[in-house]
Ligand binder design. Structure first.
Ligand code: ATP
Ligand code: MG
Length: 759
């Protein structure tokens, strides 16, 4: 009697042939190279289950590296569902950092640390570097600690120790002193029995170099090494993997790396796409497996994403197909401005909710953190629960809190918490001792800190630098307080940030993080535009922050495109697809073609997070420093193929003005002008979003970002959503210069006007 075919074990069920090969071929090096949503992570998890279930290795003999701790937790849970308790005791399932830290604890003595060494977080690192910079006789304002921290991180990602730096490296900071400061920093760390994230790998690499026995021990231990998101590994990480994966004598270590060159988005943190390219050479006999069937997304989403990424030249190239139905085309929606973008997304989410979509299956993916503010304000207003992954809520971010503290200390001299927060930020010579003395004096005198500071600064109680620092601050606060009633809220903020040196402190710092902080401060100014005075704005913030404390329950996810790697959602919103936002200004200014290609990979990552529906938004106007500027749709919008997208444009912003005109109001802009007392009045119109936008959801098909329209010539009468009626005086591509009857002469996009006859 012929034996019946064995049923598949649960972890192999439903896998396609190449996935199955990846899961069951347990000999030799393997590279699983495939596009988004093709089941790479799923195949990797099946491979782990196969190893455990067939006892190819004990749980402790497996090194499995994921990109985030969250991904590691998910993998552990999926494994538990597949193979049960066999997953227990997998100490080396985690991120590069987590697994390396675990190894290093066992050998800490070899690099002069104890087994209980501390791992410093970036804040600690910065504080330590500040001290070192000061002790080296350098001015920290000129040579900021954060910049040095970023530089050292780069060296470490590249696997460079102080001795490995070349002249160019050394000159990257403080006129050639980078190496000296780096060495000093490492010595300090050792003295503190501490290391930073980069050291976790570098110390192990150093130990491998000097202690062959330790290296052999680990090589013998790890029978299987698995790495997800390999395209974003850096040089140090790859070196570490190579050291571990080289089979020791008699060993059979196998290395299986999984990645997608099209999703490499961390080059700014030292990721080396080249690791994928050199893998097959570094590991002779590598079996390369490619997956081409996408299981995640609908046909339209996949078609749109594939077309965008096809524009990149530096890629390996691959085909993707899906059996899924075409689904709905990707929606590209042109909106009037940021508030409308947030309002529209809020509405669509509420609609999805009514249709039964869980909020946890909905995500808004932004290019830069500052973009979350508009959505947070809107969601709090309509009571839509959200969470921010990979960062703080807007008003909780350090620089935003600092700025708010400056405003509070300006307007409310009794707010001692605010004063304490800003007293020595940026640094003005007030050490811990001076601050403690000030606090003690305030307490005994029963005075708010700021008042006490004013008095103390006139005495000789404090050392000279602290005294003059304090005196300067108190005088600044007084001056700002006197000016406050004469300034619009954002202008007061700008004054305070400029005169306090706070903005200069961030500007001196060229790191990516600092530019994100500056963006957040600009966004804060934008948020303040909508408020008549700073007090009511501060009250709004306090109320907003009081809201939504509970962490349980269904929530919409707001996160950056970077943080969304590897995840998937039923519905994805991609706002801010405008030149200068996405692609980012930094990429446009600094990186040339390579940066642009990385931005395009981000677009690909964003689109491919969506299972059912992707919605791209771009605003025609953004407020920059209190001025409206027209925004140009992202080049990626134009790169989306018509076959897979619908393009539409909302008319809500102008429609209410139009209605007001039709309803017989003499001058539809009259209320607007009255609102501000200064011209041009229209800018206040959208400062009061509720007021100006009462007609919901009128959507017109249009050619946003497309060719100039031909139906509008110079001399034509047109109606613009925001500025009302006017006469075209010139045209430049799809931009029109229009002399508006009520709003003066403006440059506008032709897609936002209609021939007057149509109105
Ligand atoms: P990314 O590149 O975004 O990390 P990925 O290649 O790792 O994606 P997975 O997350 O593993 O892809 O899989 C994407 C989706 O497809 C998941 O929902 C997964 O469960 C599903 N999937 C993967 N393989 C199969 C399969 N053989 N049959 C059915 N569904 C599958
Ligand atoms: Mg994955």
């Amino acid at each position: 009697m012929a034996s019946l075919p064995q049923p598949d074990p649960p972890w192999l069920e439903g896998l396609n042939p190449p996935q199955r090969a990846a899961a069951t071929t347990l000999e030799g090096p393997m590279l699983l190279l495939a596009g988004a949503g093709t089941g790479k992570t799923r195949a990797l998890t099946a491979r782990l289950a196969q190893i455990l279930a067939t006892r190819a290795a004990w749980p402790s003999q497996i090194l499995a590296v994921t990109f985030t701790n969250k991904a590691a937790r998910e993998m552990r849970e999926r494994l538990r569902a597949l193979v049960g308790d066999a997953v227990e005791g997998m100490p080396f399932l985690g991120t590069f950092h987590a697994t390396a830290a675990r190894m290093l604890r066992r050998h800490a003595g070899l690099v002069g640390l104890t087994a209980s060494f501390t791992i410093l977080d970036p804040d600690d690192v910065e504080r330590l570097l500040k001290r070192i910079i000061g002790e080296a006789g350098l001015d920290e304002r000129r040579w900021p600690a954060r910049q040095l921290a970023a530089l050292l991180d780069r060296f470490k990602n590249a696997g460079k120790l102080p001795a490995d730096l070349d002249a160019a490296d050394a000159h990257a900071f403080a006129d050639g002193r980078a190496g000296e400061l780096y060495a000093r920093y490492q010595a300090e760390l050792r003295g503190l029995d501490a290391c930073d994230f980069g050291d976790l790998l570098l110390h192990m690499l150093a130990i491998f170099r000097t202690h062959a026995d330790v290296k052999a021990q680990w090589q013998a231990r790890f029978r299987h090494i698995l790495v997800d998101e390999f395209q974003d590994s850096n040089a140090a990480q790859y070196r570490w993997l190579r050291a571990l994966a080289a089979p020791a004598e008699g060993g059979t270590a196998t290395l299986c790396c999984v990645g997608d060159d099209d999703q490499s988005i961390y080059s700014w943190r030292g990721a080396e796409i080249g690791n994928i390219l050199s893998f097959a050479q570094d590991f002779p006999g590598t079996r390369v497996i490619r997956l081409e069937q996408n299981y995640r997304s609908t046909g339209h989403i996949l078609g749109a994403a594939s077309a965008v990424i096809a524009r990149n030249r530096g890629r390996m190239g691959k085909t993707l197909w899906t059996e899924a139905h075409a689904g709905e085309p990707v929606a590209v929606i042109g909106v009037w401005d940021g508030p409308e973008e947030a309002r529209l997304v809020g509405e669509r989410i509420e609609r999805l909710q009514r249709e039964g979509a869980p909020l946890s299956d909905i995500a808004i993916l932004v290019r830069a953190m500052f973009q979350t503010r508009e959505f947070e304000d809107r969601f709090l207003q309509i009571g839509l629960p959200y969470r921010i992954v990979g960062g703080f809520r807007f008003y909780e971010r350090a620089e935003v809190r600092d700025a708010l503290a400056y405003l509070r200390a300006t307007l409310a001299p009794a707010d001692s918490l605010a004063f304490e927060r800003i007293a020595n930020t940026p640094r003005r010579g007030l050490g811990e001792k001076s601050l403690a003395r000030l606090a003690a004096f305030a307490r005994t005198a029963g005075l708010p800190l700021q008042t006490a500071a004013g008095q103390l600064a006139e005495t000789d109680e404090l050392p000279g630098p602290a005294r003059s620092g304090l005196r300067g601050l108190v005088a600044d606060l007084r001056r700002w307080r006197a000016l406050a009633p004469t300034l619009r809220p954002p202008a007061l903020l700008d004054l305070v940030l400029d005169e306090s040196g706070y903005r200069a402190m961030l500007e001196a710092d060229r790191s990516v993080e600092a530019s994100g902080r500056l963006e957040n401060l600009r966004e804060l100014a934008r948020a303040m535009e909508d408020w008549p005075d700073v007090e009511s704005f501060l009250e709004h913030v306090a109320l907003v922050m009081d809201n939504d404390r509970d962490d349980a329950g269904e929530k919409v996810t707001l996160m950056t495109l970077h943080a969304a790697k590897g995840l998937e959602f039923g519905h994805v919103f991609l706002p801010g697809w405008e030149e200068g936002v996405f692609p980012s200004q930094r990429a446009l200014d600094e990186g040339g073609e390579a940066s642009l290609e990385e931005e395009r990979r981000l677009a690909y990552v964003g689109l491919t997070r969506a299972r059912r529906r992707a919605t791209i938004l771009h605003a025609a106007n953004r407020r920059v420093y209190g001025q409206w500027t027209s925004a140009i749709p992202s080049r990626f919008v134009a790169e989306l193929p018509d076959a897979h997208v619908t393009r539409e444009m909302t008319m809500t912003g102008g429609a209410s003005l139009w209605r007001a005109a039709m309803m017989g109001e003499d001058d539809p802009f009259a209320h607007v002008a009255r609102g501000t007392g200064r011209g041009p009045g229209w800018s206040r119109a959208s400062a009061q979003p509720q007021h100006a936008r009462t007609i919901e959801g009128r959507v017109l098909a249009s050619t946003v970002g497309g060719a100039p329209r031909t139906d509008i010539a110079v001399g034509a009468r047109v109606f613009h959503q925001k500025f009302g009626p006017g006469t075209v005086t010139a045209r430049d591509g799809n931009k029109l210069e229009v002399a508006f009857d009520h709003a003066g002469t403006k440059m506008v996009l032709d897609s936002f006007v209609q021939p007057d006859a149509a109105v």
